[in-house]
Write a protein that binds this ligand. Sequence first.
Ligand SMILES: C[S@@+](CC[C@H](N)C(=O)[O-])C[C@H]1O[C@@H](n2cnc3c(N)ncnc32)[C@H](O)[C@@H]1O
Length: 280
Amino acid sequence: MEHLPDLELASTSGGKKEPQKIFMSPESMPKIAKIQLVSSHPEVYEPCDDSFLLVDALLADRSNIINQNPKFCLEIGCGSGYVITSLALILSQYCPWTQFYATDINLHATHTTLQTSANHGVHVEVVATDIASSLQKRLQKSIDVLVINPPYVPTPEDEVGADGIVASWAGGFKGRLVIDRILNVVNELLSVNGLIYMVALSENDPFDICQVMKEKGFGSKIALQRSTEEERLCVIKFWREKETSEDGERADNASSLNGWLGKVPFLNSLRKKGTENDSR
Ligand SMILES: C[S@@+](CC[C@H](N)C(=O)[O-])C[C@H]1O[C@@H](n2cnc3c(N)ncnc32)[C@H](O)[C@@H]1O
């Protein structure tokens, strides 16, 4: 029988944290939200390629997430609830103590997320609010896992924050308006060892997003990337940069970003120009 790589868990028993190997057979693969149990509403974003990419990134990184012993997880912009419900199911076996929160600016989305999580037997506290403003004081510096699939499509600025389904995609100039507002508050929300997983589009300039976050003291890397006929998407993982680098993630960051961006022809020519200028 083929087995998946072991999960390494930090045991909480006895004070000192000893790594504890958990063996994962295909039967014990974490469950994610079942699409047929995901509620819907005409004004709520249905799970799509970007939602699936984000859940795949969470699944791929689940051993790191579990190692954080997360107490609080938050999704900003939860839509149908597919992502936060999947995260709750992924963690349910190993972290039954974790509490899940979700926000959306669209009231229909908050109702839909409540239904989706209930359909899967998980509890999510859902709040209708702009980004996380009404939770910010309560959850200050306590979020261990923050997941975001923001409205990232470049659109006219006046579409941003519109009612209903338009708020799902309208991202303003370079699709960065809501992204940048979210990234401005993550420092207040994230715990010391907290992790952020955020979907971005090539037009959002992921390299610049990582630079902006570096200035705020966060390391980053491309956790997962995927291209469809219409768009090139990635999930960026962020963490608080420490004095000493951890498991080579900083090095990964530069190499994986360069690798990914190298495949974007437009950016490639810009970067080439930069190199030519540098060598002069
Ligand atoms: C691309 S959809 C993602 C939905 C869901 N997370 C998923 O992956 O399927 C973006 C979501 O963000 C919400 N949103 C947009 N602007 C927001 C804001 N300022 N604060 C909170 N949520 C927002 C939208 O209503 C929408 O549900």
